[in-house]
Design a protein around this ligand. Structure first.
Ligand SMILES: [Zn+2]
Length: 123
């Protein structure tokens, strides 16, 4: 079982290793590890772990891949926008008229006379 001082300092050890300790905590850790070999070793292992985690947190970013991914995304969005169609049915003297639009404009106009179609008034 760890001595009480060691148990109390452990959270501060982790904070120091992560470079997130306050000045007071860093001072307590420095004073403790000066005379406690176990905690000095623990601090070193925490620092080694932090270094490895740091490498994982910063994956290498390939700028070319980012640009290509953005282009693919923009093309996909443009294609999706062409497909987005809204419908509305308007009454006319010749019968109801279905008008469908996308972001590119009107894509369909069709008379519904004689058809048993129940379009919502607007989507
Ligand atoms: Zn200790």
């Amino acid at each position: 079982m760890k001595p009480l001082d060691c148990a109390r300092i452990e959270a501060d050890l982790a904070a120091v290793a992560a470079d997130e300790a306050s000045g007071d905590a860093a001072g307590r850790v420095s004073a403790h590890v000066a005379h406690c070999e176990d905690c000095r070793a623990l601090l070193q292992s925490y620092r080694a772990t932090e270094l490895e985690l740091g490498a994982l947190r910063k994956p290498p970013v390939d700028a070319v891949h980012v640009v290509r991914a953005r282009q693919r995304l923009e093309l996909g969005i443009a294609d999706l926008r062409r497909r987005i169609v809204r419908y509305a049915v308007f009454p006319s003297p010749l019968g109801d008229v279905l008008v469908a639009t996308s972001e590119l404009g009107v894509v369909l106009v069709e008379y519904l006379r004689g058809r048993d179609v129940h379009w919502p008034a607007a989507l």
